[in-house]
Design a protein around this ligand. Structure first.
Ligand SMILES: [Zn+2]
Length: 262
C-alpha cells in the first residue's frame, strides 16, 4: 500500500493493482488519516505490495535505450511521412491480393502489434497483470501502481507502449522502402492507426494517462481544480475528438475511395 500527497495537495492512495483513491487535503490532514479513510474502502482493507521501479545498471541502460529509441524512431517516422506520405487506409490494399488476405493481414498485425505494445508497458511498468476489457480496449496492462513511482518512471511506464509502436512503425517503413514491400506498408498503416488512437484525450487511452501521470493530477480531466486546468482539459478533449475525425477520414474514408478507384 502507498500513500503520497501530490502538488495540488490531494492524497493519492493505492493498494496493489487497485485503482488509486484520491482524497482532498480538506478531508484529511495527515497521511495517517488518509490511510485510515482508504482502509474503509473495499479492496483497501488488506495492505498489498506493489511493484517498485527497477534499479541498477541494467535498468539505467534499458531506460537510456528507451529514450534513444523514441528519439530515433520518431525522427525516422516523421521523415518517412514527409518523404513517402501518411500510412492511410489506402495502404491496406495490397496490390494483386484479395480483400480477404488484406483483412487477415490487418487482423494479424493488430494482434501482434498489440502484444508488442503491451510488452512495453509490462517491462517498464514491471507489471504482468493483464486484463481483457472487451468494451474499452481489447487488452491492457495494469499500471495503477505507477502512481507511487517518481514522475519520470511513471512517464516511462506509460510511454513504453507507444515507443515500442514507434520503433515497430520505423522498422515496417524501412522494410517497405528497401524491399518495396506492400505487405509492410499495410502493416505500417495498422500500427499507425493504433498509435493515433492513443492520442484520443477524450477517452481513457495512453495519451490521457500520460498527461494525468505527467502532471501528477489524477482528476485533471474529471474534476479540474481551477479555471486554467478546466480550459486545458477542454482543449485536450477537443483535440481528442479531432483525432477521432482524423482517423475516420484517413482510414475508412480513404480506404473506401481507394476501393472505388481500384
Ligand atoms: Zn498502452
Amino acid at each position: 500500500m502507498y500513500c503520497r500527497k501530490n502538488s495540488s495537495g490531494q492524497w493519492i492512495i493505492g493498494n496493489g493493482n487497485q485503482s488509486p483513491v484520491i482524497l482532498s487535503s480538506a478531508h484529511c490532514k495527515s497521511q495517517f488519516e488518509a490511510k485510515k479513510i482508504a482502509q474503509t474502502i473495499d479492496g483497501f482493507n488488506i495492505p498489498l505490495p506493489e511493484p517498485t521501479p527497477g534499479k541498477g545498471k541494467i535498468w539505467f541502460c534499458m531506460r537510456f535505450f528507451l529514450w534513444i529509441s523514441l528519439a530515433l524512431s520518431s525522427m525516422l517516422n516523421i521523415y518517412y511521412f514527409f518523404r513517402y506520405g501518411f500510412p492511410s487506409g489506402r495502404w491496406w490494399l495490397v496490390p494483386h491480393e484479395s480483400i480477404l488476405i488484406d483483412i487477415l493481414l490487418i487482423a494479424v498485425v493488430g494482434v501482434v502489434s498489440t502484444a508488442i505494445h503491451e510488452f512495453g508497458h509490462m517491462v517498464f511498468g514491471r507489471s504482468w497483470t493483464v486484463s481483457a476489457q472487451m468494451l474499452h480496449r481489447v487488452i491492457s496492462t495494469n499500471l495503477n501502481h505507477v502512481w507511487a513511482w517518481p514522475r519520470i518512471r511513471r512517464i516511462e511506464a506509460i510511454s513504453a507502449g507507444l515507443i515500442f509502436d514507434s520503433v515497430l512503425l520505423s522498422a515496417l517503413f524501412a522494410v517497405q522502402i528497401i524491399f518495396d514491400n506492400a505487405y509492410a506498408a499495410s502493416a505500417a498503416s495498422t500500427v499507425c492507426l493504433r498509435m493515433v488512437w492513443q492520442l484520443g484525450f477524450h477517452a481513457i487511452r495512453d495519451g490521457r494517462l500520460l498527461i494525468v501521470l505527467a502532471l501528477d493530477k489524477p482528476l485533471f480531466f474529471n474534476k479540474p481544480s481551477n479555471n486554467s486546468e478546466h480550459l486545458l482539459s477542454v482543449i485536450l478533449r477537443l483535440f481528442g475528438y479531432a483525432t477521432d475525425l482524423f482517423m475516420i477520414w484517413q482510414w475508412p474514408i480513404v480506404l473506401t475511395i481507394g476501393l472505388l478507384e481500384a
